[in-house]
Design a protein around this ligand. Structure first.
Ligand code: NAP
Length: 294
């Protein structure tokens, strides 16, 4: 089976690497060329343009956001270039509205469209242990199942309408952001009263909050390890804004999402765009003037 992969950022590079490791004949494309080189060394064919990566039976994409997906697939002609009867598997975290638009546009071109957003950071992607939410026609999902299994530890089918996988992913990331923000604020509180973030989070993440989200992000906050970022602040802001927009469209108030949006904006205003979104802990510490207290 000939497979294409578009979008070789932190996530896409790792996922494409696992398709190569599983033996797929892979053609890759990325806007900036540098990230294609390690994959070429693993045996990938590098396409000179995105539409040339779209000639196989399956095309996976892992682009940053709505804008990138729109530019590449709808305005850049990649959907037009896809072979009728082929399948596009879109792994990016995009809006519910764009997911619906893409499903219609693909159907009009005779191309199957599957939304397959993922949970798991780049290290989890590299270990092929992603949790992959999947929504699309059962027949198309059946065709790409072996590829998805090469990139993830578990698939979570969410029926046929692609946007269902996207709304579940957006809601899940909203929960992750609230977990980070609550640890950020709680550790500012303990630090102000003499208990270090590490000591406090050690208790909480081994008792009441002994769950992967708290343990993973708790470790980053306790160790102040915000760089290199696994998931940057701008991507976090994008996802919280996706939740707010999806909420508005269905008249669902999300008061916590408003708080998160402002904390993320504050982090970006401080010039921290390169940092991991767990650096919301720095925002909470600044608000409490912890560094000036000595
Ligand atoms: P990333 O490292 O920033 O990579 C983004 C990719 O999109 C790069 O290949 C970039 O190309 C490409 N891109 C951006 N704008 C483009 C445009 N206008 N035209 C063409 N290509 C464009 O991001 P990532 O961490 O891999 O995340 C990718 C997606 O996965 C996002 O939707 C994110 O929300 C989601 N996600 C991320 C994580 C995580 O922990 N990182 C976990 C789950 C899901 P260049 O290399 O040329 O910039």
């Amino acid at each position: 089976m000939k497979v294409g992969f578009i979008g070789l950022g932190a996530m896409g590079s790792a996922m494409a690497g696992n398709l190569l490791a599983a033996g797929y004949a892979l053609t890759v494309w990325n806007r900036s060329e540098a990230t294609t080189r390690p994959l070429a060394a693993q045996g990938a064919r590098v396409a000179r343009s995105a539409d040339r990566a779209a000639q196989g039976e399956v095309l996976c994409s892992m682009l940053a956001d709505d804008r990138a997906v729109r530019e590449v697939f709808l305005e850049g002609g990649v959907l037009d270039a896809m072979v009728k009867g082929s399948v596009h598997v879109n792994h990016a975290t995009i809006s519910v509205a764009l997911a619906k638009e893409l499903a219609e546009a693909h159907a009009a071109h005779g191309v199957d469209y599957i939304a397959a957003p993922v949970f798991g950071r780049p290290d989890i992607a590299a270990a092929a242990k992603l949790n992959i939410l999947v929504a699309g026609s059962a027949a198309a999902v059946g065709r790409v199942r072996p590829l998805l299994e090469a990139m993830g530890s578990r698939l979570w089918p969410l029926a046929e309408a692609p946007e269902r996988a996207n709304v579940a992913k957006i809601a899940g990331n909203f929960m992750l952001a609230t977990a980070i923000e609550s640890m950020a604020e709680a550790t500012a509180l303990t630090r102000a009263h003499g208990v270090s973030a590490a000591d406090f989070l050690d208790v909480m993440t081994n008792t009441l909050f002994a769950a992967p989200a708290y343990q993973g992000y708790g470790e980053l906050i306790a160790g102040q390890r915000f760089k290199p970022a696994g998931f940057t602040l701008p991507l976090g802001l994008k996802d919280v804004e996706l939740a707010l927009t999806a909420g508005s469209a269905a008249h669902v108030p999300l008061p916590f999402a408003g708080v998160l949006r402002d904390s993320l904006l504050e982090a970006l205003a401080a010039g921290d765009a390169e940092l991991d979104w767990s650096s919301l802990a720095l925002v909470a510490a600044r608000r409490a003037h912890l560094d000036e207290r000595g």
